[in-house]
Design a protein around this ligand. Structure first.
Ligand code: TRP
Length: 329
């Protein structure tokens, strides 16, 4: 049986946090048994915001190193930089001509980002979702793991694919969101009513995988609780419930076992121990990440073979698209 394809993109400036890790990344390693998996560091997308050249390159490598450290074996998964595979930009141009200005104007992310970057509302920011559609459609992707903030872009991708197919026949697979069967929903530490997110205003809401242990412990100490001082899970106690579920995730204990572990604890002790458990669970991944970041030659070899594999998979789709619309191939 043909395996289906999963495509996932991470911004080159992306900073993994424990919500990404416990909610999604922990399950990625298993996916390659059942799916063709591509994980692309989307460095072209990052250009929609002005970047410092050195920092951009460094953080693109950092995302790659985290992918590998979190268990994505480059033998079983295709890991690469978007800018290494020109087919992305090529298809994006073509799809630009099949996407309406009205559709792009409705994108909430565009509206948010342009409100925040009034002095640099560039055309790339506007057509960002078209490049994302190209990323996905280029590989005849069936499934795309996306958070809530990217659903609208995936909807647009589906619309563009269907529009293209309606004119030229079934050129593209129309992708669906991938909803993992398992995976915790980790909420913010300061705002436990909302999902943990790096785009929030306060960095203390979010534990980054690259945070130093001290910083992690401090952030947990500042986590929002309530005035009750009793550790149990309840919809009325979103902060405590979130900390308990983080603790369960990193220790492998059930929720009941976790509650029992803190039967005698006040909130201060509870938060410290959750922080320590997270630091401990992260340590081996951190060590692997540091090792990889010190081995640029290895990362470059991964990138080279990843780009070659991605290019080979993308080529037939691009040829079909060009033939369909009448570009000589
Ligand atoms: N836009 C996504 C984000 O900001 C990143 C991305 C780019 C992506 N291309 C993609 C995600 C393709 C999934 C599939 O998070």
């Amino acid at each position: 049986m043909m395996k289906k394809t999963i495509f996932s993109g991470m911004q080159a400036t992306g900073n993994f946090h424990i919500g990404n890790w416990l909610g999604a990344a922990r399950n990625w390693a298993h996916l390659s048994a059942d799916y063709n998996c591509l994980y692309c560091v989307v460095d072209l997308h990052a250009l929609t915001v002005r970047q410092d050249p050195k920092a951009l390159s460094q953080s693109a490598y950092s995302v790659l190193a985290w992918y590998i450290a979190l268990g994505l074996n480059p033998e079983d998964n295709i890991l690469y930089f978007q800018s290494h595979v020109p087919a992305h930009a090529e298809l994006a141009w073509i799809l630009n001509c099949f996407t309406y200005v009205g559709e792009l104007s409705r994108m909430t992310q565009f509206k948010d980002k342009s409100a925040k970057n009034e002095d640099n509302i560039n055309a790339g920011l506007y057509t960002y979702p078209v490049l994302m559609a190209a990323d996905i459609l280029l590989f005849q992707t069936h499934l795309v793991p996306v958070g809530d903030d990217q659903r609208q872009h995936l909807e647009l991708t589906r619309d563009v694919a269907q529009r293209f197919n309606a004119i030229y026949g079934d050129v593209f697979v129309v992708p669906e969101p991938y909803i993992p069967k398992v995976g915790a929903r980790i909420m913010g530490l300061l705002n436990p009513e909302g999902k943990m997110s790096k785009s929030g205003d306060n960095p203390n809401d979010c534990i980054f995988l690259s945070d130093e242990p001290d910083a992690i412990l401090k952030k947990f100490k500042r986590a929002v609780t309530d005035s009750d001082n009793a550790v149990f899970a309840s919809p009325e106690k979103p902060g405590i419930t979130n900390l308990l579920s983080i603790y369960s995730c990193v220790t492998g204990k059930t929720l009941d076992e976790s509650v029992a572990a803190f039967a005698a604890s006040g909130y201060g002790d509870f938060k410290t121990r959750v922080g320590e458990a997270v630091v401990e669970a992260l340590a081996p991944y951190r060590a692997e990440y540091d090792r990889l970041m010190a081995d640029r030659a290895y990362l470059d070899s991964v990138l080279q073979s990843g780009a070659a594999k991605a290019q080979a998979l993308a080529a037939p789709t691009l040829v079909r698209v060009k033939e369909a619309i009448g570009l000589p191939v």
